[in-house]
Design a binder for this molecule. Structure first.
Ligand code: SAH
Length: 398
């Protein structure tokens, strides 16, 4: 039997929780002297024992669990998960019906009512990501529910709850047909090769869909494009398909070379006509500056934190510096696509980093577009802090 624990909420946190705040923060809880097993159900109550909400206990870097329902009598069983997944799938009806996009998010954690759980669709296959042992304890019910709602070719999963939320290495196959990887998915007519059973990442970050489209449709034609922190080169593919006269992809991971070649190849692009550099972006900036290289469009999409032997980089601290480095090798009146997925600051703060870089270098600029999470990455109403993605497309004015 699953443990049921009653936890008293601090009076200062009640309002947010009744307004739909989905996360159970350690700081919001008055009760201290209990040990709670992962996956326990928790009843949040006020100081008089009045019911507020039901959640599950699951430690993540963000908090100690998530709210599941605000109805005291509601059972957390297969039926509950069916309802949640069905509602989420219905909201994505347009994606399921799309002929030129076959990869998208079906279920986005707290935005769809169950924090710590995401489900992505890849051309008939489903990939379920579990962010705590707590939510993983509902595995059987969730898979039974998924089976009831959708017709999956096959199911894969990612366990993302090792220390610090790291990926747990395992065979990620769960059920159904085994995928033949790379599996080719489509996104707005572009092709991407993905592998659902090759470590933490799949080869494509689905949350950048609208940005790739913007790059292809609006900014790439006739331009040279530098793609930094390029991973498998998805932005480079978008640029090349949009008519770029040459892309340069820079990533220090060795495997990025073969993965980027693969992404070009599945789109019929001659990869030999594109530049792929396996190196540290910061070394590349120096190299490009020394050789007077300039790019019409520069894409910046760094990880929130990165550590190499020589240095550490944190977007929260170092983004202005990164932008200045990029500016130094951006052609006159070029465009910079600045992106970050660091959840610790919001769009407003991100724009102050941008402003600082341009002010410090006495350069004028104009914001052309901004993007946050796309529609399928649903975010809880009233709580924009869960919308972690921030992308600003900047026109440099020289
Ligand atoms: N822009 C990519 C995703 C970037 S993921 C996309 O849209 O698909 C972050 C990437 O940054 C990883 O591939 C990692 O290898 C790379 N990386 C981290 N630190 C780096 C550094 N200092 N120089 C170059 N690449 C780096």
């Amino acid at each position: 039997m699953r443990q049921l624990v009653e936890l008293q909420v601090k009076s200062t946190s009640i309002k947010d929780l009744t307004n739909g705040y989905p996360l159970i923060l350690k700081d919001a809880i008055e009760t201290t002297e209990v040990t709670i097993a992962e996956g326990s159900l928790v009843h949040l109550v006020d100081s008089k024992g009045g019911y507020i909400a039901t959640g599950y206990y699951g430690e993540q870097n963000k908090g100690i669990g998530w709210i599941l329902t605000r109805k005291e009598k509601e059972k957390i069983d297969v039926k509950f998960f069916v309802k949640k997944i069905r509602e989420a799938a219905e909201k994505r009806a347009d994606f399921f019906a799309s002929e030129d996009t076959t990869a998208f998010r079906v279920f986005n954690g707290e935005g769809d009512g169950i924090g710590g759980l995401t489900i992505d669709f890849f051309n008939g296959f489903y990939m379920v990501s579990w962010y705590s042992e707590g939510i993983y304890s509902f595995r059987n019910d969730v898979y039974a529910a998924l089976k009831e709602v959708v017709n999956a070719r096959g199911v894969y999963e990612k366990l993302r709850f090792n220390t610090n939320g790291q990926y747990v290495e395992q065979d990620d196959y769960v059920s159904g047909e085994k995928g033949e990887f790379p599996l080719i998915v489509m996104e707005n007519g572009m092709h991407f090769a993905v592998d659902l059973n090759d470590g933490a990442m799949t080869g494509i970050f689905l949350d950048q869909r609208n940005v790739r489209k913007a790059l292809r449709d609006t900014y790439a034609d006739g331009k040279t494009v530098l793609n930094t922190f390029s991973y498998t080169g998805a932005f480079s593919v978008a640029a090349a398909l949009g008519g770029s006269t040459g892309t340069t992809s820079v990533d220090l991971a060795k495997r990025s070379l073969s993965k980027t070649i693969e992404q070009f190849a599945v789109n019929g692009i001659d990869y030999e006509s594109q530049d792929i550099k396996v190196m540290n972006v910061f070394d590349y900036f120096s190299y490009a500056a020394r050789n007077n290289l300039k790019f019409d469009v520069v894409v910046l999409d760094p990880p929130s934190f990165a550590r190499t032997k020589k240095m550490t980089f944190s977007t929260a601290k170092d983004y202005p510096k990164l932008l200045k480095d990029a500016l130094a090798i951006t052609a006159d009146n070029g465009v910079i696509i600045a992106s970050t997925n660091n959840a610790s600051f919001n769009m407003k703060k991100f724009k102050t980093f941008i402003d600082k870089a341009f002010t410090d270098t006495n350069t004028r600029y104009k914001i052309l577009e901004q993007h946050q999470l796309p529609e399928d990455f649903a975010v809880p109403h009233n709580f924009p802090e869960f919308n972690y993605l921030k992308v600003v497309i900047i026109q440099v004015i020289n």
